[in-house]
Design a protein around this ligand. Structure first.
Ligand code: PLP
Length: 379
């Protein structure tokens, strides 16, 4: 089945009891049993929910995996993955990781004895040098946030296999329409479904997708044992969002390409980070592992300070000043004070998140209107 067919049909059957073509929202906490232990496969809604089951199957199909496991947020999904490991285990991740993931790793799991290294993954030898006998997982984010660096997923997976290390890819920025890490050798894919999968900025949700049954069983155990499950209405909203994923992401990527070109030519702009540019250091890898170059752009100003950035951030009319990304509407943000405020100043500046850096999540509005909005704000 091709992607555009999968988003409509994979894992989705008409409801058995009514024939409803759209998956019903099973808003229930428990299920009636005929006699003790005799039931229809549903006992208690933390453990199983029919709406969630359909979404889990759908997500597994989109990522070319075998099992989907849904959580109440992207960070709850990251939390569940970290819980696969034991005290003393070592995890290698990128140095420009999503701020919330960095926070849960260092502030929560550090306390429980997991060890982390954060390296520049655009150079594989940095990963190789960080591997210790205790390394159990390599956690990749690509494209990265907010610098839009590209990590070579297939090459990292080859290295990881040699050392018997699992690879997890946070595929939030690309979405399965652009990139399917399991096909490149990754073991685990994680999503903040809050972003492109939901696509309408109206729900918080997370998901993990794997091929391996043993890992899936551990994740289902953690899902039930720790209880960070999404509600059925949230699952419904993600199912509904996914139906247009390919069309939304396609349009957003086309808009992003035009906007990146506009910014590059603007006299007040210092540098535009966009993997679609031929001179971007990850361009060739992005071309190999992604269908298009994504709809996230970041750029710095020649006048590199917070107040210059603030002028632009408060002057746009179509781009709304907000955290998050991946919705139908365009957003503008300031990583240094918003999404990446939880990363220490020194770490932040080392990775290029300078004071004037502005991040754009390009939506599906008319590209010319978006460009006019940025032109006015920069002027
Ligand atoms: C938003 C985001 C997360 C966290 O997801 P939530 O749904 O907000 O908990 C993780 N990774 C990336 C890349 C994100 O953009």
């Amino acid at each position: 089945m091709k992607f555009a067919t999968k988003v409509i049909h994979a894992g989705i059957e008409p409801d058995a009891s009514s024939g409803a073509i759209m998956t019903p929202i099973f808003q229930t906490s428990t299920y009636v049993q005929e006699s003790p232990g005799v039931h229809k496969g549903f006992e208690y809604a933390r453990t199983q929910n029919p709406t969630r089951d359909v979404l889990q199957k759908q997500l597994a199909a989109l990522e070319n995996g075998n099992f989907g496991v849904c959580f109440s947020s992207g960070l709850a999904a990251a939390d569940a993955i970290a819980k696969l490991f034991n005290q003393g285990d070592h995890i290698i991740s990128c140095n420009d990781l999503y701020g919330g993931t960095y926070r849960i790793f260092t502030k929560v799991f550090g306390k429980f004895g997991l060890d982390f290294s954060f390296v520049d993954m655009t150079n594989i030898s940095n990963i190789e040098n960080a591997i210790t006998p205790k390394t159990k997982l390599i956690w990749i984010e690509t494209p990265t946030n907010p610098m839009l660096n590209i990590v070579d997923i297939a090459s990292v997976c080859v290295l990881a296999k040699q050392h018997n290390i699992l690879v997890c890819v946070d595929n939030t920025f690309a979405s399965p329409y652009l990139q399917t890490p399991l096909d490149l050798g990754a073991d685990i894919v994680v999503h903040s479904a809050t972003k492109y999968l939901g696509g309408h900025s109206d729900v918080i949700h997370g998901a993990v997708i794997v091929k391996d049954k043993a890992i899936a069983d551990q994740l289902y155990f953690i899902q039930n044992a720790c209880g960070a499950v999404p509600g059925p209405q949230d699952c419904f909203l993600i199912l509904r969002g996914i139906k247009t994923l390919h069309i939304r992401v396609q349009r957003a990527c086309e808009n992003a390409e035009k906007i990146a070109d506009f910014l590059k030519a603007h006299p007040k702009v210092a540098k535009v980070n966009y993997p679609g540019f031929e001179e971007h250091h990850g361009h060739q890898i992005a071309k190999q592992q992604m269908k298009l170059f994504g709809a996230m752009i970041s750029f710095s100003l020649k006048e590199d300070n917070v107040s210059a950035a603030n002028k632009v951030l408060s002057a746009t009319k179509l781009f709304s000043l907000a955290e998050s990304l991946g919705g139908v509407e365009s957003l503008i943000g300031h990583p240094a004070t918003m999404t990446h405020a939880s990363i220490p100043l020194e770490e932040r500046q080392k990775t290029g998140v300078v004071d004037s850096l502005i991040r754009l999540s390009i939506g599906i509005e008319d590209a010319d209107d978006l460009i006019d909005d940025l032109r006015n704000a920069l002027g």
